[in-house]
Ligand binder design. Structure first.
Ligand SMILES: Cc1cc2nc3c(=O)[nH]c(=O)nc-3n(C[C@H](O)[C@H](O)[C@H](O)COP(=O)(O)OP(=O)(O)OC[C@H]3O[C@@H](n4cnc5c(N)ncnc54)[C@H](O)[C@@H]3O)c2cc1C
Length: 552
């Protein structure tokens, strides 16, 4: 897997364009006062960056080379810059303007668990800092070394540990190395007829170990579960040795050590392997599009589906703002498409009484045998009908499915044109979701007004559970300041995060704590909760050598 762009998301040769999406330019002008036809500003040239020399003693350098082989120890400038941070908006803005932060001094790539253990020993002996690095897609500041860190910083890149080691077919369990990237992992499992079913939007560039260390969620979590449900056992190289849990379906061994590793963001050790649930690749898979007259109808329908016997793999509904954005990013429609869409709009207005500016687009996914999918579709169709919605067929769902891994590139497109776009996501009980939504919208618009900018915020519900669901907000605005607008960004992002706290939601459903959300942790889990986490981290890592400063 090639490294991602040092200054942006994804592969070097892929970028987002508005040119094949005729409605997008006018949409952005209206929503953000952003004229996409005006010149784009590219990030600073890599060669012009000021990259400080690494601080690496000959002894530590020799110990690392002995641990993994000299060819797998790198002090290359680009390698160090790529491993310095993840891909949060704050990371991208600072990288693009040449503010590189505290770079790792060295990047090491072990080939196996013994190599990881040897690196751990070398790091502890030298009192160095060790930061595990998966795909580098963290969006919560989970990878950056503290600015004032004086010790040598080692980035331990697990990407050579990428094999599916064994599948226990009778139990539906696979033993997988932690550095396996999404596509790698699915390719190896699919070849044997299995799937993990974990598809985060960052799937193409993130790893199993990173998913576990951040408690990730994939698009099909309604059927497969979040990574926390999928992970049955872990192997972790810790300062005091190899931690191994057993891949049993359930256990009563006191507070769960497996759960402590989930979401640990590299603070307890390096995950080298996990045993995960796998399922047979489904016979049929389809995502259908639906329209609801209002957001309230869409939310009520998703809640009713979660409470019913239907078990879809995806339940997702966008509010009217996100629906408007989705329609604006459609590729050049053919004449037939245009006629169809005009006919649909007329039908919705005249026959169904929809206000097309308030309507909400929804996707529901189905997987399994042909019979199962057909039954599920019927059951969901009845619920949708009861909430005033209607099915618009499979093509919007196919389109969404195809373009979901391209969407992350849009943030760089906007950054090039001077606009900041980011996300904040949360989860709350069903009974609180409307309040969470209203509180966040009021807070974000209040922040835009305070800044005097034309901002846009939109939301979708995804990842439904028995007791509630995730609300995922995307916001954008064009800052006025010349420093890249990070102070203005902070105001908006903080207003949204605080709104989560004030309305009874969590600081993040699946993006983790890192440094980005750490200041809301006490409000979320209480002061004794934070003290318990601190005691865990200090107990396991008394020298604070493992990814210091993250979570608590
Ligand atoms: C555009 C975009 C879309 C995203 N979409 C989603 C989404 O749909 N769902 C979702 O859940 N998240 C999403 N994320 C967030 C991010 O992809 C996840 O947090 C992901 O799980 C990180 O995996 P990674 O392999 O990239 O880990 P990294 O970013 O490399 O690391 C993240 C954290 O995990 C630690 N870590 C990594 N590997 C190991 C290991 N082997 N042992 C111990 N610690 C380790 C690191 O030290 C760090 O603290 C998105 C991010 C972006 C930028």
């Amino acid at each position: 897997m090639a490294a991602m762009k040092w200054s942006g998301w994804g592969d070097d040769d892929v970028s987002f364009t508005h040119e094949d999406k005729p409605a997008l330019g006018p949409f952005l002008l209206r929503a953000l006062d952003l004229d996409v036809t005006r010149g784009a500003a590219r990030p600073a040239a890599f060669d012009g960056l000021s990259v400080p020399e690494p601080s690496l003693s000959p002894d530590l350098s020799a110990a690392l080379a002995e641990a993994v082989g000299g060819g797998s120890v790198s002090t290359d400038r680009l390698d160090r810059v790529v491993h310095a941070r993840g891909k949060s908006l704050r990371d991208l803005v600072r990288h693009r303007r040449g503010d590189l932060g505290r770079l790792p001094d060295v990047v090491v790539r072990p080939a196996d668990e013994d190599g990881v253990a040897a690196i751990m020993r070398a790091a502890l002996d030298a009192d160095a800092v060790l930061i595990p690095f998966g795909g580098g897609t963290s969006i919560s500041g989970s990878l950056e070394a503290p600015a004032q860190e004086r010790r040598t910083v080692i980035s331990l890149d697990v990407s050579r540990l990428r094999r599916v080691l064994a599948v226990d077919a009778a139990s539906g369990l696979a033993q997988v190395q932690a550095g396996a990237f999404g596509p790698d992992l699915e390719r190896q499992l699919n070849a044997q007829g299995w799937t993990l079913g974990h598809f985060p939007d960052s799937f193409t560039h993130s790893t199993l170990g990173g998913w576990i260390a951040t408690r990730s969620s994939g698009m099909q979590s309604d059927r497969y579960g979040d990574i926390a449900d999928l992970t049955r056992a872990v192997r972790v190289v810790t300062p005091s040795g190899l931690l191994v849990t057993r891949p049993v379906p359930h256990t009563s061994t006191g507070p769960s050590v497996r759960e402590m590793v989930l979401g640990s963001e590299g603070r307890l050790g390096v995950i080298t392997e996990a045993t995960v649930h796998v399922r047979r690749v489904p016979e049929r898979r389809v995502i259908l599009g639906y329209l609801f007259p209002t957001w309230a109808d869409g939310l009520a329908a998703m809640q009713a589906i979660a409470a019913s016997e239907a078990a879809p793999s995806v339940t997702r509904v966008s509010d009217a703002s996100e629906t408007g954005f989705s329609f604006a990013t459609r590729k050049d429609p053919s004449v037939v498409d245009r006629l169809k869409s005009r006919a649909l709009t007329t039908y919705l207005r005249r026959r169904r009484g929809f206000d097309v500016d308030a309507m909400c687009l929804s996707f529901v996914g189905y997987e399994g045998s042909h019979g199962h999918v057909a039954e599920q579709r019927k059951a969901v169709g009845r619920i949708v009908g009861r909430h005033g919605g209607l099915c618009i067929g499979a093509s919007p769902g196919e389109l969404y499915d195809q373009k979901k891994f391209d969407t992350p590139y849009i943030r760089d497109f906007l950054l090039d044109r001077g606009a900041l776009a980011d996300v904040s996501e949360t989860a709350a009980p069903w009974s609180r979701l409307p309040t969470v939504y209203d509180t966040v919208m009021a807070a974000a618009h209040g922040a835009f007004d305070e800044l005097g900018v034309r901002g846009y915020i939109m939301c979708h519900l995804s990842h439904s559970y028995h007791a509630g669901a995730c609300l995922y907000f995307t916001f954008a605005f064009k800052p006025s300041a010349r420093d890249g607008g990070l102070a203005e960004y902070d105001l908006v992002k903080s207003a949204i995060q605080q709104a989560f706290m004030d309305s009874g939601a969590t600081l993040s459903h699946h993006h983790a704590v890192g440094t980005e959300h750490a200041r809301w942790l006490e409000q979320d889990i209480s002061a004794p909760g934070v003290a318990m986490l601190q005691a865990l981290f200090t107990g396991v890592d008394p020298g604070s050598n493992l990814n210091p400063g993250k979570i608590a």
